[in-house]
Design a binder for this molecule. Structure first.
Ligand SMILES: Cc1ncc(COP(=O)(O)O)c(C=O)c1O
Length: 399
């Protein structure tokens, strides 16, 4: 008998499949707008200088490779909390918030899903439609019922009224996942006024927010991007936040992130953290150390922190200028108004509004690769290729 004979294949990640197709494309003009990693003008995903300097220090000072605890390195947790909530926030002094170090933001989402499944049985999780595809599968894998609220209308515009209308009908106690900034995949973010309205519904319906914070610094700035997280933490006694250091610290493969919990009182936080340590022990035992040690070095040193903050600023400004540059390049083709939203969106991605057919033509005729939903990774563009891209978009839009 073969134990494995009945096992079939699951389809590969469509975005990684796109990357494979891009790699074997021999057209020198090819352009990868699929994968969501930041790239500099030379097409590289750089290691920030602050990270390199922190690594040099670690090389000299790190004295052991023994396990770190289930919640990770305490100094990482404390400094990440200060970055998320601001160092002077009373929540921290009152020990109402704690961070559990995880393998990336994905690990934090998995831990959050397991926590809800085990400790809050029967609660569904509500995701924006659309959302990052891994949200869909990760919570389903945890055994949660996954539901959706609308986010973008058929006209490729953020539809806050439809979102609020749907949230108003969510059963009390359910979990609602919100993107703190730089919504993936659309790039459409809520305004401060929109966030206030969402908060009112969350309060009225007694929902538990889970805020995915994967792009701090890529929207409007490190503090600006934390605005909604800080508002919710101030206004609600209970909150989950998943933080990722992959993009803003350029630490992608080092798998660095945290699940942050805000609880009603310090005692309850200890209860919850005991549950998280138990779950983490059964998932990955203890988290990987290196990336978090780098982050702790940077955030704990005024000079490194300033350098890092400047580097995050530079990455954000580059993406913003590519957004406005693309709209400018579309102007001679008469498409700048139709695609004006590209300059208003935030973060790595843009829901361009291009159809699956237009995306296929971009790929087949111009070797320009984007996801079939029309999502383009703006960070994959470069200044000197904007005219080529704009001309290609014009061709597929006009024919
Ligand atoms: C919306 C969102 N959440 C979480 C993550 C988690 O990233 P990582 O696990 O690499 O830290 C990503 C990464 O692409 C993301 O786009």
């Amino acid at each position: 008998m073969s134990h494995f004979a009945a096992i079939g294949r699951v389809p590969g990640d469509p975005i990684l499949g796109l990357l494979d197709a891009y790699r074997i494309d021999s057209n020198p003009a090819k352009l990868d707008l699929g994968v969501g990693v930041y790239k500099d003008a030379s097409g590289l995903t750089p290691i920030p200088r602050a990270v390199k300097l922190a690594e040099q220090r670690l090389l000299e000072t790190e004295a052991t490779k023994t396990y770190i605890g289930g919640h990770g390195a305490p100094e990482f947790g404390e400094r990440l909390l200060a970055l998320t909530f601001d160092a002077g926030n009373a929540l921290l002094a009152d020990q109402l918030a704690g961070a559990t170090q995880t393998p990336g933001g994905t690990g934090a989402l998995r831990l959050a899903g397991e926590f809800v499944a085990r400790n809050l049985p029967g609660r569904a999780i509500w995701l924006s439609n659309p959302t990052w595809p891994i949200h869909e599968s990760i919570f389903a894998t945890c055994g949660l019922r996954v539901e959706h609220y609308p986010y973008v209308g058929a006209d490729n515009r953020l539809d806050v009224d439809a979102m609020l209308d749907a949230l108003q009908r969510v059963p009390a106690g359910d979990v609602v996942l919100l993107h703190a900034c730089c919504h993936n995949p659309t790039g459409f973010d809520l305004s401060q006024q929109d966030w206030q309205r969402v908060l009112e519904v969350v309060k009225a319906r007694e929902l538990l927010p889970l805020i995915d914070f994967a792009y701090q610094g890529f929207g409007d700035g490190l503090d600006e991007d934390a605005w909604a997280v800080r508002l919710f933490a101030a206004e609600l006694p209970e909150l989950l936040v998943t933080s990722s250091c992959s993009k803003n610290f350029g630490l992608y493969r080092e798998r660095t992130g945290a699940l942050i919990v805000r609880a009603e009182n310090a005692e309850k936080l200890i209860d919850i953290r005991s549950q998280l340590a138990f779950l983490a022990r059964n998932l990955w035992s203890t988290p990987p150390s290196h990336g978090a040690a780098v982050v702790a070095q940077i955030l704990g040193d005024a000079e490194l922190k300033t350098l890092w903050a400047e580097e995050v600023d530079a990455m954000r400004q580059r993406v913003a200028s590519l957004r406005s540059g693309l709209v400018a390049a579309l102007r001679p083709h008469g498409l700048d108004e139709r695609l004006a939203h590209v300059a208003q969106q935030r973060g790595m991605f843009s829901y361009t509004g291009l159809t699956a057919e237009q995306v296929a033509r971009l790929r087949n005729e111009f070797s320009i690769y984007l996801v079939s939903s029309g999502r383009a990774s703006v960070a994959g563009m470069s200044e000197e290729r904007l005219d080529y891209l704009a001309a290609a978009i014009a061709r597929v839009c006009q024919a």
